[in-house]
Design a protein around this ligand. Structure first.
Ligand code: HEM
Ligand code: HEM
Length: 195
């Protein structure tokens, strides 16, 4: 075990290894954007009448959607290259469940981004005022693409809730360092950040 992968099981969590700044930033940017995109997609049409403001907010959904797509490519790439690896806290069934949850979160994120981008292209949506994507494909695909995109987004939110609840159980019931190690402002000194 190297100095950078030590002590994940430190019960107080004070000396525990934490993720590097890049992983922490990418994780919370991803989580924040997913929440904003879901809120827009779910409530916008009910809250605002048709008009310039609603169209502008839809454009923000598409623009932020492309930003999110870049983040979900960057996060696993960074995790497998420069990102800091931490030791497994509990190698049993719970670890398998956590790994499966993370894999499902990634899978859903890619499915949602793929369907969203396909939908945006089929609709030829506006990204900002007159700047629009070219409309490609059959307009009849809009409805099923929107349906599956929205359904996958709802499943993602349910799984993300489970994932967040598990992190809170670790923190408040089991008092281990699992949540703390991904919280901002608790990263190790720069000299310890690389594997
Ligand atoms: C939409 C919201 C969220 C998404 C999509 C998301 C996604 C992810 C993914 C994909 C990972 C695995 C990263 C990797 O190892 O490659 C992860 C790790 C983690 N997430 Fe989230 N997350 C979200 C919200 C949250 C929230 C709200 C919390 C805390 C309350 C949280 C706590 C954690 C923790 C503690 C880890 C690290 C687990 C470990 O060290 O094994 N996440 N998250
Ligand atoms: C995790 C990220 C995302 C979430 C949670 C999300 C969520 C949603 C939701 C809930 C809807 C409404 C679906 C319905 O009416 O049944 C929607 C619509 C849509 N989303 Fe997303 N979305 C995400 C990412 C993206 C991305 C990456 C794009 C493409 C750049 C995109 C493009 C669209 C389009 C074109 C629509 C249809 C807009 C309309 O009805 O006029 N979304 N999204």
């Amino acid at each position: 075990m190297t100095s950078t992968t030590a002590r994940a099981t430190d019960p107080g969590g004070r000396g525990a290894a934490t993720y590097d700044r890049g992983t922490i930033a990418l994780h919370w940017l991803t989580a924040g954007l997913v929440l904003v995109l879901w809120l827009i997609g779910t409530f916008l049409e009910d809250l605002l009448p048709k008009g310039a403001l609603r169209s502008g907010i839809w454009s923000a959904h598409f623009d932020l959607g492309f930003v999110l797509t870049a983040l979900i490519v960057a996060l696993p790439l960074w995790r497998h290259t420069g990102g800091r690896r931490l030791p497994v806290d509990d190698p049993g069934a719970l670890h398998v469940l956590a790994k499966a949850t993370h894999a499902a979160l990634y899978l859903l994120l890619f499915v949602i981004a793929g369907l969203g981008i396909a939908n945006a292209l089929v609709r030829g949506v506006s990204l900002a005022g007159p700047l629009a994507l070219p409309a490609v494909g059959d307009p009849a695909w809009r409805r099923p693409l929107t349906h599956w995109h929205g359904l996958a987004a709802n499943i993602l939110m349910a799984l993300a809730l489970f994932h967040a609840a598990a992190a809170l159980v670790h923190h408040y019931l089991w008092h281990d360092g699992i949540l703390r190690r991904i919280l901002p402002g608790r990263h190790a000194p720069l000299s310890l950040e690389r594997r």
